[in-house]
Design a protein around this ligand. Structure first.
Ligand code: HEC
Length: 97
């Protein structure tokens, strides 16, 4: 009985910590600009937008192009081609060199 009590207590505090971490991640805002909202919505579905910030500045548009296409082809992101283009344009402009 005591073990069960401690287990659920630990689980509860882990959940609280995870929720706090998520709240931080979701408060990340991308730089404003055309396409920012699409990127914000589509690129935060599986991981934090932090991934974009820590991986920038990518040197070129081709690298962002490959990255977005990898999310779609390899990881199964459901992003329409026209939205992908908007996101790539946006990332290349705001987070490229
Ligand atoms: C379907 C889920 C999914 C979506 C949607 C998604 N990603 Fe990812 N992304 C992943 C996974 C899985 C990884 C690699 C595993 C990890 O490290 O967490 C990753 C990793 C990354 C990385 C780190 C470098 C790398 O290649 O591993 C970057 C940068 C990135 N994603 C950018 C984006 C951008 C930009 C978008 C929006 C176009 C996006 N992601 C949308 C699943 C996704």
């Amino acid at each position: 009985m005591k073990t069960i009590y401690w287990t659920s207590l630990c689980a509860a505090s882990l959940l609280a910590a995870a929720a706090a971490a998520r709240a931080d991640e979701f408060s990340i805002k991308l730089k404003p600009g055309p396409g920012a909202e699409v990127a914000q919505a589509q690129c935060s579905a599986c991981h934090s937008l932090d991934y974009i910030l820590t991986n920038s500045p990518f040197p070129k548009r081709t690298v962002w192009d490959a990255e977005v296409n990898k999310m779609i082809k390899v990881f199964g992101a459901t992003i329409e081609p026209n939205e992908a283009k908007t996101i790539i344009d946006y990332l290349a402009k705001e987070y490229g060199s």
